[in-house]
Ligand binder design. Structure first.
Ligand code: SAM
Length: 286
């Protein structure tokens, strides 16, 4: 049985009286080529633990189970649980958890199911919570090696954007601080059932073992990013005034010590410059 075929999805819906939920972002993949690209792009090895976010009816889960030691899939919709137990019954290396991924404790999953290999997170994400899922994984320092996920193309464009690009923003700097980002595929809406409103892309985010910049105070680094991009049309001098309780004169001094022109705009700063700025702010405050 081709799990990914639209006819199979329709059969399963009838058999289980299952209704697809728009609000849970249920757009199922129907293209084997894209499924293979995600699995190959995530570089799963035979000893690896794979954690999948939102398995749906199990198209990616089955492929991951063929390639990994163990797969743990987190699905919020309890209507999909009996379906997954059926579609994946031939595999003895899959565990399905009926949970909200935003409340999932990934460290506990990793310690409970740890294998000899690496830990890879994969998924065709529910698009209504793409950013919260990624920020939760990164801010909680998920003990995994990489995250390979499909998301709306617009968010992928923001994540991988470089300084000066119109899509460059707080999300680009935050994700690039934690990960090295590569795009695996661009995906048209037609390969989903039902098709979503937007095109998609698959990114692999390799989680860095070491941070790319040395920071005295990580909180100040994120304060600069948030304050700067919160008012991206303003000069750095103006957008940073008030951040971390600093007056305009203090910000002027901080920028001068960092060697950053106070008339520049935040979208021109690279990771190194954000770090220099945050460290200069930390020195000023100490
Ligand atoms: N992996 C399947 C595929 O590619 O065909 C389904 C992907 S579908 C885009 C997103 C999946 O995430 C759905 O199965 C949906 O029920 C599930 N989901 C939505 N919100 C979730 C949440 N908060 N926690 C866990 N799963 C969630």
């Amino acid at each position: 049985m081709k799990l990914y075929a639209p006819s199979t999805i329709k059969e399963i819906k009838n058999q289980y009286n299952f209704r697809l939920s728009k609000s849970l972002g249920q757009n199922f993949l129907t293209d084997k080529h894209i499924i293979d690209r995600i699995i190959e792009g995530s570089r799963i090895g035979p000893e690896d633990l794979v954690i999948e976010i939102g398995p749906g009816i199990g198209v990616l889960t089955a492929e991951a189970a063929e390639n990994a030691k163990r797969v743990v899939a987190v699905e919020i919709d309890n209507g999909l649980i009996p379906i997954l137990e059926d579609t994946l019954k031939e595999y003895d290396n899959i565990t399905i958890l009926n949970q909200d991924v935003l409340k999932t404790d990934f460290s506990t999953i990793v310690s409970a199911y740890k294998t000899e290999g690496k830990t890879k997170i994969i998924g065709n994400l529910p698009y209504y919570i793409t950013t919260p899922i990624l920020m939760k994984l990164l801010e909680e320092r998920v003990p995994a090696d990489s995250i390979t996920v499909m998301m709306q193309k617009e968010v992928a464009d923001r994540i991988k954007a470089d300084p000066g690009n119109k899509n460059y923003g707080a999300l680009s700097v935050a994700v690039q601080y934690y990960c090295r980002v590569s795009q695996i595929a661009e995906v048209p809406k037609e390969v989903f059932f039902p098709p979503p409103k937007v095109d998609s892309a698959v990114l692999r985010m390799d989680i860095r073992e070491e941070r790319p910049v040395v920071l005295q105070d990580e909180t100040l680094f994120f304060t600069c990013i948030r304050a700067g991009f919160g008012q991206r049309r303003k000069t750095l001098l103006n957008s940073l005034t008030g951040a971390a309780g600093l007056s305009k004169d203090a910000v002027r001094e901080v920028l001068q010590t960092a060697g950053i022109d106070s008339g520049r705009r935040v979208e021109t700063l690279n990771l190194d410059e954000f770090a220099t700025l945050a460290n200069s702010m930390a020195d000023y405050k100490s």
